[in-house]
Design a protein around this ligand. Structure first.
Ligand SMILES: *[C@@H]1O[C@H](CO)[C@@H](O)[C@H](O)[C@H]1NC(C)=O
Ligand SMILES: *[C@@H]1O[C@H](CO)[C@@H](O)[C@H](O)[C@H]1NC(C)=O
Ligand SMILES: *[C@@H]1O[C@H](CO)[C@@H](O)[C@H](O)[C@H]1NC(C)=O
Length: 191
């Protein structure tokens, strides 16, 4: 490699907003959890990823996460933000923490009677696991002014679908069943 190429590579990597492998980490982390429930792996969608990044930038601008991003269209959406903004390791922490935080909602979830869990935040968890969902995209954006990192996951097709009463949570029971193995039992490389 000659010197010119070397300098060019340094400049490119120094100006990149995010590590190029964050999509893989986000996807693997989702699939670790889905496998615990015996559900198929999600596949990564670059289209959803591009929309998720647009949404992460949008929430960064408005300084809140209120699900108002129009770029998500009809896809499912999970959001988080963190008060950290520096460097790749912190961005990595933020995305793993976001996904683990969403999954941690499962401890408040009643698989037999989902309707009894709705006073707690459970819908991030149920969207991650939702059996009929098969694609995801992920965006993460660090705002160096507000010192916040915004994390957006988009899902297709959207989960968390309530149906007409009286059994509004029927599809929740059908798409979010109890885990059949624990996190520790997985043969998986952890990041
Ligand atoms: C960073 O956050 C501030 C709000 O604190 C916002 O005004 C600004 O537009 C954001 N910058 C970007 C690039 O999103
Ligand atoms: C999940 O959905 C697939 C079809 O997409 C189905 O074959 C499978 O039985 C479902 N899993 C459970 C546990 O319901
Ligand atoms: C799972 O949810 C989908 C909609 O996302 C629905 O069509 C399907 O019937 C549900 N499956 C079960 C077993 O409830």
């Amino acid at each position: 490699m000659n010197l010119i190429t070397f300098v060019f590579l340094i400049l490119v990597s120094a100006s990149a907003y995010q590590p190029i492998w964050y999509e893989d980490i986000a996807l693997d982390r989702h699939n670790i959890y889905r496998r615990m429930h015996d559900y198929a792996d999600l596949e990564y969608s670059d289209t959803l990823g591009a929309l998720a990044l647009m949404c992460a930038k949008y929430y960064s601008k408005i300084h809140k996460i209120d699900h108002s991003c129009i770029y998500k269209f009809l896809h499912g959406e999970n959001l988080a933000f963190f008060g950290r903004n520096t460097g790749a390791p912190e961005a990595l922490d933020s995305l793993v923490d976001a996904i683990d935080g969403w999954y941690a909602e499962s401890y408040d979830y009643d698989y037999e009677q989902p309707q009894s869990s709705t006073s707690a935040e459970i819908y991030h968890f149920t969207q991650m696991i939702w059996n009929s969902t098969f694609q995801m995209g992920f965006g993460i954006f660090r705002n160096y002014t507000s010192k916040r990192t915004y994390v957006v996951a988009l899902y297709e097709p959207k989960g968390n679908i309530l149906i007409r009463p009286p059994d509004s949570f029927k599809w929740f029971r059908g798409n979010v069943t109890a885990p059949v193995m624990s996190f520790q039992n997985q043969d998986y490389d952890m990041y």
